[in-house]
Ligand binder design. Structure first.
Ligand code: UD1
Ligand code: CA
Length: 449
């Protein structure tokens, strides 16, 4: 297959977002809208990318390069329209032998299947393909025009349309593809700006191609996936649609979601088979949940791995670097960070485990804290296989607790504990026989005086 190039337009300031952040850097399911578009292109087999940014938008270029390291970044100096924006990337497309796609950086829901369908139309002989959609409310969109033989003959922008054209509802999504860099170069050079907005419209390429006798086609998509985000409200709509997709995917792959609408995924959350996810769970970036694991209600997870059959929550927080091996258990009001819990280890109640390893079948009692930070640096705690840490213990790192060792409840452990030893550091208990009864008697006597 010839190498395809995606030109991603991301020069818009996104004024309506009312944000200091360029529009395409706002996030959906944990990653930027620009990253979604670049990933979609790559997933559809488009091997090269050019990103068109506005002046002073180095951070947009960097965000793109973080996803697609060999992308080329171009700056569009003045915002003179979509054709002008594409032209900024001439350095990338003029030499492109394969197809050139124009994608918008603010269209995060586009699916790889749709991009593949467009490439398919080109392979089947089309010179120019437009992704169209049936709009419930076409206001603001360019309308697709057809000749008497139902061939796509042009696109009319809303502001330039006649009343009859405005009544049309089949609209331009904005996404377009050209047979080759040469096809695009040949058309774009002839686009002028004699229109209502005084802009260079990329959409004019369609009429020019049609008049030249080139084959122009429409690939249909649903309106949802070409939704453009211009405001915070639209951002929340796109987020909602993306979440619905991610939930459906998790369920299709064999996970049970008791209340799907209350579970929030990141774009990269990996969920195995026979996983049970109870209501109100949030997955930050970089989480893998292996087969048969259970995430109970009200958990928050990020950059963590939950091993096969492990149980987390309710009300647990797994912070970056957490790894739970098979059958490990993390219960309510437990926070784990940068720690490995080996097979069958249990941390069931009200505990903080940070910068630690917990051996197989070890049991950590309620209220245990690894004191991993001394105000200057982080230190590690190692807890051996089968160790038993009594409730309300403080483990002052760096410290090692040997295999099978036993920590008496309420201990402050600051020295290593040998295997199979008992370590106790609490004050010895003292009981004074009859003391309470004596005090009560004296009080009663004083009262009756
Ligand atoms: C464009 C299409 C319209 C289509 C609609 C779909 C044109 C002329 N019109 O209209 O047919 O229905 O998208 O949403 O193409 N951009 C730049 N530099 C510029 C101008 C735009 O980078 O100089 C970027 C914007 O940031 C945006 C995209 O191109 O991501 C579309 O531009 P916009 O001005 O929003 O086009 P529309 O008027 O919505
Ligand atoms: Ca727009």
């Amino acid at each position: 297959m010839t190498q395809a190039l995606a030109v991603v337009l991301a020069a818009g300031k996104g004024t309506r977002m009312k944000s200091d952040l360029p529009k395409v850097l706002h996030r959906i399911a944990g990653t930027t809208m620009l990253a979604h578009v670049l990933r979609t292109a790559a997933a559809a087999g488009v091997s090269q990318a050019a990103i068109v940014v506005g002046p002073g938008m180095g951070d947009v270029g960097d965000a793109g390069l973080a996803v697609t390291p060999d992308a080329q970044v171009f700056v569009q100096e003045d915002q003179l329209g979509t054709a002008d924006a594409v032209k900024a990337a001439a350095g990338a497309y003029e030499t492109a032998k394969g197809p050139v796609l124009v994608l918008y950086g603010d269209t995060p829901l586009l699916r790889p299947e749709t991009v593949k369908a467009v490439l398919g139309e080109l392979e089947a002989g089309a010179d120019l393909v437009v992704i169209g959609f049936e709009a419930a409310d076409p206001t603001g969109y360019g309308r697709l025009l057809f000749d008497e033989k139902s061939r796509l003959s042009g696109i009319r922008e809303e502001k330039d349309a006649t009343p009859a054209e405005r009544a049309l509802t089949l609209c331009n999504s904005g996404i377009m593809a050209f047979r080759s860099g040469a096809t695009l170069s040949g058309l774009i050079g002839r686009i002028g700006n004699h229109n209502a907005k005084g802009e260079y419209y990329l959409t004019d390429a369609v009429a020019l191609a049609y008049q030249e006798g080139l084959q122009t086609r429409v690939a249909l998509s649903n309106g949802e996936e070409v939704l453009g985000v211009n405001s915070r409200t639209e951002l929340s709509v796109a987020e909602g649609l993306m979440q619905r997709r991610l939930r459906t995917t998790a369920m299709e792959q064999g996970a049970t979601l008791v209340a799907p609408e209350t579970v929030f995924f990141s774009f990269d959350t990996a969920v195995g088979r026979d996983v049970l996810i109870e209501p109100n769970v949030i997955f930050g970036l970089g989480v893998t949940v292996d087969d048969g694991a259970t995430i109970r209600a009200f958990c928050h997870l990020e950059k963590s791995r939950v091993g096969p059959g492990a149980v987390v929550g309710p009300f647990a927080r797994l912070r970056p670097g957490t790894e739970l091996a098979q059958g490990a258990r993390v219960g309510n009001f437990v926070e784990i960070k940068n720690a490995y819990l080996a097979e069958g280890a249990k941390v069931n109640h009200l505990t903080y485990i940070g910068d630690a390893t917990v051996g197989p079948k070890a049991n950590i009692g309620a209220g245990t804290i690894t004191c991993n930070y001394d105000g200057f640096a982080k230190h590690t705690t190692e807890i051996g296989a089968g160790a038993f840490v009594g409730s309300n213990s403080s483990l002052i790192a760096p410290v090692t607790i040997g295999d099978g060792a036993y920590i008496g409840s309420g201990s402050v452990i600051s020295k290593d504990v040998p295997s199979d030893a008992l370590a106790l550091s609490r004050a010895p208990q003292e009981s004074r026989e009859g003391w309470a009864a004596k005090v009560r008697q004296r009080r009663n006597r004083d009262k009756t005086k």
